[in-house]
Design a protein around this ligand. Structure first.
Ligand code: BES
Ligand code: ZN
Length: 852
């Protein structure tokens, strides 16, 4: 049970040793690899007698202290610690150990993705490579030599600048890399393989030339250009917006197929899930192109926010991730449509983070404890973390924020720091006291703001009440401090007042004078705070027609639709005033991507969040009924819009073309609810003729959820065309596992036998099993078959890759909100999972929190 140990932020202790430099030699081979690790240590705490290194599953070959080889009386290797007894105040340690990358299915430490050797060390993977002080506040300078067979592994990469190459007589070669920047071990990386690549260069603002390379499997080179373009755009943006330049001669990115996450910011050698690098018009959707741009930017931005200034301990994760997500969101907003970007970011926050923040696994953006750190790379730490930085930005204003980030970089460069250090810089440079703001780092749950309005004799009074729910342990939480953007509009939609209010107490009252008639409130503009607003009787119709704040306009359309659907769920008839308003939206002359968002009805998930006890069937029914009604009512207009914006031969990835595709696909999907042969024909035609993957995926989805025969034909065609393109096959599996058609579970079970499927590749598992677990209809099947299947998969996959298994376990987070029958069915499976005695701490931590 030592494995299940809970770690606490309050127990933080400074490291007792520093490592002045590290020299690593890797001798890579097919069955076993040898690591030689030489480190110079200096004692910081003179009272510390022994050196305790982190070390998981390592086979020691030799251990040296200065010039003395140690026998096992001088060290203890037990419970993932290698303790070297009685060390002097300054000394050298040399360790030789064996590792087996080809057997590493956890994909942490050094492992093989296909024929490529690669690493993933955040947060605690380095201890699976060699014994080390594997914590982010131990920063050192690394020199790495990689030796391997020259024919099989012509490309040998590590962090920093390339120093030396040598060939030996036995067909092997070696390359030495020197990284001059101090870094923690989680940023160490190594890659060896027979790789294709594209190259380019970037000249920094101060005139330094940087060599840029993107490596991939041979044959995929032509799919790397969008990633390269995105990298150059990121480098330029960080110079312009934050005054941050790149600091090595070379920037390498490697795309691999087996990767637990999206991508990793290793210094000078980013390693990416190939899904976030490779794209061309034939195989990638518009969303894939956008995703690549933002992930490339995110990892690049970490060079300053994460690498040069890193986290003191893993409880500070949001210091680098929240800030870097905020930075990549702003980057995407600047390069694309800011209004669409903001809505997409809020949508994602609500669908992922709000759900998490209302679940038994909820936690502050700075957690107080963890069992497995891997479980804390959450939507809360990332996306709510980004909202918290955004609030700082709003409170300080653009100019002060820039002064404050300059001060942050200047004060802490080369250090491992805390979120308090960050807030110190924000406050110091701006003169704004942020003490009260700190609560956002230490409390969980989404706060609600209850809004009441009074109007009397020209005085408009805004009465606000903050409602803050209890923490997960039942303790009371306090009201927050945040910026609330608002405006008061007159009957023509003109802004009479436009302000950023500061909210800090449980009750707040603001009075505005000089109105002839009651103004209309536009609140939480741009979603200035991550809260839930509850308003008594807002004028959605007016706001969706007249608000110039595109976020509130969108929000009002969503809220109007939500109210309409919820009334229908209570058995009421369709509100014709909503139908009329929807017609108004169809006529709007706006950016097409934005218009596509306006026309989207609220997601099932967003409606579920508002139910006391989840009942997605009545949500599906109401949505289907409303969609059919809208499609019937506006059939002509919708068809006209479709025809106006459908250009099957366009494969251009620009705002206009992507906007056209997203609008016409939204329209086609709505029309498909009519189940008319004409629309089926249109859909088939789109599948056959369109050159865009977005168009084809939408067509497949519509056919799959409509005409069975046509779906069958199209899916066979799709499979035959793309069975060798693993990234496209992810879409194939996801579409089939998300289907509403009868027999999905049986199909998913069969698809596991498909030659393309591989339970060791996270992308494929997420596409097939992950998508199924989000298919409410079949996951929550009344006979318990969905739960049973997913539970069985969690147990199976746990023994392959614990991080992947605990990701799947998230499907059960909804447990406490289910009806009695489903709850009992779920409980049986949850207990079943907990009874596995080899269960990983990752899965244990998630499931035990859910069931408690
Ligand atoms: N540092 C993370 C990668 C990571 C995540 C390492 C979890 C170890 C465990 C990286 O910067 C990151 O945040 N990647 C995201 C994508 C990003 C655009 C939000 C990811 O991998 O999902
Ligand atoms: Zn990150």
């Amino acid at each position: 049970m030592s494995e299940m140990k809970e770690r606490f932020l309050k127990d933080y202790k400074k490291p007792a040793f520093e490592i002045e430099n590290v020299e690593l030699v890797f001798e890579l081979d097919e069955d076993m690899s040898l690591v030689t690790n030489s480190m110079n240590f200096k004692k910081i705490d003179a009272n510390e007698k022994n050196l305790e290194l982190d070390s998981i599953d390592l086979e020691l070959v030799e251990l040296w202290l200065n010039d003395l080889q140690l026998d096992d009386t001088r060290y203890i290797y037990k419970d993932e610690k290698l303790t070297i007894l009685n060390v002097p105040s300054s000394f050298k340690i040399k360790i030789k150990n064996k590792i087996y990358p080809q057997n590493n299915t956890e994909l942490e430490g050094l492992y093989k993705s296909g024929d490529i050797f690669c690493t993933q060390n955040e947060p605690e993977g380095f201890r699976r490579i060699t014994p080390y002080l594997d914590r982010p506040d131990v920063m050192s300078v690394f020199t790495t030599t990689v030796i391997a067979d020259k024919e099989k592994y012509p490309v040998l990469l590590s962090n920093g600048n390339k120093m030396q190459c040598h060939d030996s007589f036995d067909g092997r070669h070696g390359v030495t890399w020197v990284d001059p920047h101090k870094k923690p071990s989680y940023l160490f990386a190594l890659v060896a393989g027979d790789l294709g690549s594209i190259s380019d260069e970037y000249i920094t603002a101060s005139g330094e030339r940087v060599e840029l390379n993107i490596y991939c499997d041979l044959g995929n080179e032509s799919k790397c250009y969008h990633a390269m373009q995105s990298l150059k755009e990121s480098m330029f943006w960080d110079e312009q917006k934050y005054g941050r330049e790149y600091d090595l001669e070379i920037y390498n990115i490697v795309a691999v197929d087996s990767f637990n996450m999206g991508a990793m910011e290793n210094k000078g050698l980013n390693i990416f899930n190939s899904a976030y690098v490779l794209a061309d018009a034939d195989t990638a959707s518009d969303a894939n192109f956008m995703g690549i741009q933002s992930v490339i930017a995110h990892e690049y931005f970490h060079n300053w926010t994460g690498n040069r200034i890193t986290c003191r301990d893993w409880f500070q994760l949001t210091l680098k991730e929240g800030l870097t997500v905020f930075r990549d969101q702003c980057f995407s907003a600047d390069l694309n449509s800011a209004e669409v970007q903001r809505i997409e970011d809020v949508k994602s926050l609500r669908e992922r983070q709000f759900v998490e923040d209302a679940s038994p696994t909820r936690h502050p953006i700075q957690p107080k404890s963890y069992i497995s750190m891997n479980n804390f790379y959450t939507a809360t730490v990332y996306e709510k973390g980004a909202e918290v930085i955004r609030m700082v930005h709003t409170l300080l204003g653009e100019e002060n924020y820039r002064k404050a980030t300059d001060l942050y970089f200047e004060s802490f460069d080369g250090q491992a720091v805390t979120t308090d250090d960050f807030l110190w810089a924000m406050s110091k440079a701006s003169g704004i006291n942020l003490d009260a703001f700190k609560l956002w780092y230490h409390q969980s749950s989404t706060p609600t703001l209850e809004v009441k309005e009074e109007f009397e004799a020209g005085h408009y009074t805004l009465k606000l009440k903050q409602v803050v729910s209890d923490a997960v342990d039942g303790s009371k939480q306090l009201p927050y401090f945040y910026p609330l953007k608002m405006a008061l509009l007159d009957a023509k939609g003109e802004e009479k007042v436009s302000k950023i209010l500061t909210i800090s107490n449980e009750y707040e009252e603001f009075v505005f004078e000089g109105f002839d008639t009651k103004p209309i409130l536009s609140i939480n503009r741009d979603f200035s705070a991550p809260i839930i607003v509850e308003q008594e009787s807002p004028d959605f119709l007016f706001l969706m027609k007249h608000d110039k704040n595109s976020f509130v306009q969108y929000e009002s359309a969503q809220k109007f639709a939500t109210a309409t659907l919820e009334a229908m769920m209570q058995g009421e008839a369709i509100d014709e005033s909503f139908v009329e308003a929807y017609g108004h939206l169809l006529d709007l002359e706006r950016d097409l991507s934005y218009k596509a968002l306006l026309l989207e009805l609220p997601t099932v998930s967003s409606l579920m969040q508002r139910q006391k006890e989840v009942d997605f069937e009545i949500i599906y029914d109401a949505k289907e009924k409303l969609e059919k009604h809208l499609a019937r009512e506006f059939q002509e207009k919708l068809l006209a819009l479709y025809n106006e914006h459908h250009y099957p031969k366009s494969e251009t990835i620009d705002a206009l073309n992507m906007g056209q595709r997203s609008l016409k696909n939204r329209v086609l999907k709505l029309l498909s609810t009519l189940e008319s042969p004409k629309i089926v024909e249109l859909t088939k035609k789109q599948y056959k003729e369109s050159l865009s993957m977005s168009d084809r995926v939408v067509a497949l989805d519509i056919l799959e959820n409509g005409d069975a025969k046509e779906a069958q034909v199209a899916f066979v065609d799709f499979y035959e065309k793309y069975k060798d393109e693993t990234l496209v096959m992810n879409k194939y599996f996801a579409l089939l596992a998300s289907s509403m058609r009868e027999g999905v579970l049986q199909r998913v079970e069969l698809l596991q036998e498909d030659e393309v499927y591989d339970a060791k590749v996270p992308n494929l598992v997420r596409s097939l099993i992950g998508s199924f677990s989000r298919n409410y209809k079949y996951f929550h099947a009344k006979d318990g078959s969905g739960y049973k299947f997913v539970a069985k998969k969690i147990i199976e996959i746990d023994s392959i890759n614990a991080q992947m298994a605990s990701g799947l376990a998230g499907a059960f987070k909804i447990y406490n909100r289910m009806n009695k029958t489903n709850k009992e069915l779920m409980q049986r499976e949850l207990e079943n999972i907990l009874s596995v005695d080899t269960l990983s701490k990752n899965v244990y931590e998630i499931i035990s929190k859910i069931i408690k």
